[in-house]
Design a protein. Structure first.
Length: 131
């Protein structure tokens, strides 16, 4: 994790390619290319999977439900490669997936996602990530 943090601190963000996708968040439009859109989708998926596991662990340990106490939620950079979208955008979508995954894992359900190929996965249409 420390190496990942050092790599991200020294990284300079550059936008590669022509924007093909547009999405709206917090009163502002953002444009990304195919790679950026894929990375944001992956952020939601990574967040959901990590959140599901964290929620499941907290339930099994009989801890109170609190996704914000998780280190993965706070950092929210798992899977970020430094290309195509700004880290803050990746973190936003990771946290959106994480919160939903945590709720599903803690409550032993699949309201926001499903379980396939041995892992939890979020349903894309639930989040309406318009990228």
């Amino acid at each position: 994790m420390r190496q990942d943090q050092l790599r991200l601190q020294s990284f300079n963000y550059y936008d590669y390619g022509t924007p093909d996708y547009r999405y709206y968040r917090n009163g502002q439009y953002y444009n990304v290319n195919q790679y950026g859109a894929d990375l944001l989708r992956r952020a939601v998926e990574n967040g959901y999977e990590e959140g599901f596991q964290a929620g499941q662990a907290d339930r099994e340990d009989r801890w109170n439900s609190n996704y914000q106490d998780s280190g993965a939620y706070g950092d929210a950079s798992y899977g970020y490669d430094g290309y195509y979208v700004d880290l803050s955008e990746y973190q936003y979508y990771f946290r959106e997936g994480f919160r939903r995954g945590y709720e599903d894992g803690y409550n032993s359900r699949y309201q926001y996602g499903s379980y396939s190929n041995g892992r939890p996965s979020i349903l894309g249409e639930v989040l309406s990530v318009a990228v």
